[in-house]
Write a protein that binds this ligand. Structure first.
Ligand code: G
Ligand code: G
Ligand code: MN
Ligand code: NA
Length: 253
């Protein structure tokens, strides 16, 4: 099966699109942040999960075209929102392979300038798997991104091992705690204490925290007395197309 060709054809036929999931300011209850997520609705195969095709596109070489599509779509949309007075920060997921590419920052800057978006509005989401490639090089790229004005989020925090070491050593601004952290906080006292402990630790390190995967009112109730910055989850919003999001932003900005 020729995945490269398939991706190219689908890019031409608009089978790829971006959905956005709101990230809610827990105390102010407004939305100034969203996460951009790519979707591939293949005309014959149906919805293909991003983790599958991103990996395949990396080994087959079409990741450059895909990345181009994501940046163009997202930054163009951010510029539109900016014109409407909706200054939104957007989280963009970046795979280790893309981040470690020697032209990564140069390319990113090109799209940012083209669409006149502030670098401070762009949050680069990386995962712990990045470190597996090369920790020193990863730290260098992240430092360079931050010195340019971009912000870095460590995604899926807590889903792997050695997480605390990464929290200590990686130059990041935002910690996105994996949904595993909150899955049973309303049923298990130890889990609740565990979450609070990591939350306090992150704040002591001056990181902003996003709690991912909030799905129930009962979980939200446990979170209320905690010092929570942001929440993201199906309880609030699922990832959605831009038209729907723009409406929600106009109400909840
Ligand atoms: O949206 P969904 O739950 O299907 O996302 C599954 C995974 O795909 C997530 O881990 C997410 O980080 C990843 N993903 C979604 N969009 C992108 C993208 O544009 N680039 C990269 N590298 N990963 C993405
Ligand atoms: O790995 P990453 O955090 O980038 O993945 C983001 C994906 O997580 C989104 O695409 C979305 O589909 C999924 N997600 C967001 N909120 C929830 C939630 O409350 N529950 C579950 N199970 N998945 C969620
Ligand atoms: Mn993410
Ligand atoms: Na995540």
């Amino acid at each position: 099966y020729d995945i490269t060709n398939s991706i190219k054809t689908s890019l031409q036929q608009n089978d790829f699109y971006i959905v956005y999931q709101p990230i809610i300011d827990f105390k102010k209850n407004h939305i100034r942040k969203v996460e951009a997520l790519i979707r591939w609705l293949h005309p014959k195969l149906g919805m293909i999960p991003p983790n599958d095709f991103i990996y395949l596109s990396e080994i087959s070489g079409s990741i450059l075209e895909l990345t181009h599509f994501v940046y163009e779509s997202v930054f163009k949309q951010m510029a539109l929102w900016n014109q409407q007075g909706l200054k939104i920060q957007v989280d963009i997921n970046v795979s280790p392979k893309v981040l470690m590419h020697q032209d990564f920052i140069k390319n990113l800057n090109y799209y940012i300038h083209k669409h006149q978006v502030d670098k401070g509005q762009v949050i680069i989401e990386v995962t712990e798997s990045l470190i597996l490639s090369s920790i020193d090089q990863a730290i260098m790229v992240l430092n360079q991104l931050r010195s340019e004005g971009y912000r870095i989020a460590l995604d899926d925090f807590g889903s792997g091992y050695s997480s605390l070491t990464y929290l200590k050593h990686l130059p990041i601004d935002i910690l996105k705690m994996d949904k595993a952290f909150i899955a049973t906080i309303d049923k298990n006292e130890l889990e609740k204490q565990f979450l609070k402990f990591v939350l306090d630790l992150a704040h002591a390190m001056h990181k902003e925290v996003v709690l991912e995967g909030v799905e129930t009112i009962s979980q939200e109730t446990v979170l209320k007395p905690f010092n929570v910055d942001y929440v993201q989850g199906f309880l609030y919003y699922k990832p959605m197309k831009v038209e729907e999001l723009t409406q929600i932003l106009q109400e909840k900005y």
